[in-house]
Design a protein. Structure first.
Length: 220
């Protein structure tokens, strides 16, 4: 292969890696995962936080123990949901937790088995982290929406693109003229690529965390 051919191949490979993710379905599965992360994280925070707080406060009476037991069950339910989401949207292959001792019967024995299982506490760690994942995802989604608005500015100007706030003051760009709209197109396109690459990077980290905290003994 001549130096020119090698340079051309290298250049096309770089372009494919940089722009190709726009056309990959997995990129949008990652986006969906991060889009769902905030509402799910909020639900987990409310239910698990409420259950643990009130369960511990009322643990001196029977109702507190019942609340804690129900919370443990919820944690395992949420962890199973997250396991399925990761398999569907992050391309992981997580199996069900297999560390629960199946001996014994009755409510007390069941609760004890779940308390003793390491997967319960790994699942608790994952669901409590979910809200922070959701916040990162929300920032990325907002940034991506702003980038798309900029890239399509010639179709709907005049338009005001907001990027966030600093000290209570909005950071915005008001696009009033066609030259401004034309300038916004390449800037918006570049920001779209940046947002999608960061999305894939965050999703990769989420997948590795899911494998560590939600996987079976074979995955961990």
């Amino acid at each position: 292969m001549s130096p020119v051919d090698s340079s051309t191949s290298s250049g096309s490979g770089w372009l494919s890696r940089t722009v190709g993710l726009v056309f990959e379905r997995q990129t949008y599965r990652h986006l969906l995962y991060l889009l769902l992360a905030f509402p799910l994280g909020l639900i987990y925070y409310l239910f698990v936080g409420f259950g643990l707080t009130f369960g511990l406060v009322l643990s001196v009476v029977v109702v507190g123990v019942a609340v804690l037991a129900a919370t443990i069950g919820l944690v395992r339910l949420f962890a199973e949901l997250e396991r399925r989401l990761a398999n569907a949207l992050l391309s992981t292959s997580l199996g069900p937790a297999g560390d629960v001792d199946r001996t014994g019967s009755g409510v007390l024995a069941t609760v004890t088995r779940y308390v003793d299982a390491p997967s319960t506490w790994r699942g608790l760690s994952f669901v409590t982290m979910k809200l922070w994942t959701g916040i990162v995802g929300l920032v990325l989604i907002v940034g991506l929406v702003s980038a798309v608005q900029m890239a399509t500015a010639p179709l709907h100007y005049p338009h005001r693109v907001e990027f966030g706030t600093v000290n209570g003051e909005p950071i915005a760009w008001t696009i009033n003229t066609l030259p401004e709209a034309a300038l916004a197109v390449p800037i918006g396109g570049l920001l779209i690529l940046v947002c999608l690459h960061v999305t894939n990077a965050v999703a990769y980290v989420c997948a590795r965390i899911a494998e560590a905290l939600l996987g079976s003994d074979e995955n961990v």
